[in-house]
Design a protein around this ligand. Structure first.
Ligand code: PGA
Length: 252
């Protein structure tokens, strides 16, 4: 099965209007093959500005979060309806920074995935283990504990519209990348975990790797059987580097 290749640029709390001009003028002219999608995820406040600048049909708009609630007295939150109005198509959910810094729970994350799907948005569900967890050989247990509540909440069939990003916490922003073999092994575990629930669905899910991906290491990572693209933080802010990573995905 030909799975969709997806490259997500997670700008985190970086970027500005000038950067939006620069990156869109560089990326709009790139000719992508049909099976490559590039998702740009700025801060909420820039979604509208970025939306008006994207003219390449392979480039989609993504947000870095979503509220699990539909509307109401939730100061500082952003609803699915609001994201839809801004032409957002993808939503990063459960990034380790949301889990660790902002205390998001597995149940809340599962609610967010449900909310996104119910409103036609594609969730990019982030999972990953910390360094001590890997050292204690708990990686598979942790990943299972992060996936199961989402499966329980939405049902495995809905995973046909979910993207899963595996991001080992110890590799995020540290310059330490999982080796391609280690990343493949973990991606294979994730696909098998989903396959235990429904093999056909598992085969179609795009699994992204994230954590210090750059132009130099992307080729080997994306060449792995169960890696269908990347969730890129730091390197998504360097236009030339990000362009190379996007073109690497075309060839993988
Ligand atoms: P990084 O971040 O590429 O800077 O490691 C990845 C992420 O947090 O999504």
């Amino acid at each position: 099965m030909q799975r969709q290749k997806i490259i997500v640029g997670n700008w985190k709390m970086n970027g500005n209007l000038a950067f939006i001009d620069t990156i869109t003028s560089e990326l709009n002219n790139v000719v992508f093959t049909k099976n490559v999608t590039v998702v740009l995820c700025p801060s909420f406040i820039y979604l509208s500005a970025l939306s008006t600048k994207i003219s390449n049909k392979n480039i989609k708009l993504g947000s870095q979060n979503i509220s699990e609630h539909s509307s109401g007295a939730y100061t500082g939150e952003t609803s699915a309806d609001m994201l839809n109005e801004m032409s957002v198509k993808y939503v990063i959910i459960g990034h380790s920074e949301r889990r660790c810094i902002f205390g998001e729970t597995d149940n809340q994350i599962a609610e967010k995935v449900k909310r996104a799907l119910a409103n036609g948005l594609t969730p990019i569900l982030c999972i990953g283990e910390s360094e001590p967890e890997r050292d204690q050989q708990k990686t598979e247990t942790v990943l299972s504990q992060q996936l199961q509540p989402v499966i329980d909440k939405i049902g495995i069939e809905k995973f046909k519209d979910v993207v899963v990003a595996y991001e080992p916490v110890w590799a995020i922003g540290t310059g330490k990348t999982a080796s391609p073999e280690m990343a493949q092994q973990t991606h294979q575990f994730i696909r098998q975990f989903l396959a235990n629930n429904n093999a056909e669905i598992a085969e179609g899910v795009s699994l992204l790797y994230g954590g210090s991906v750059n132009a130099a290491n992307s080729k080997e990572l994306f060449a792995q059987t169960d890696i269908d693209g990347g969730l890129i933080g730091g390197a998504s802010l360097k236009v030339d580097e990000f362009k190379i990573i996007c073109s690497t995905a075309q060839g993988s």
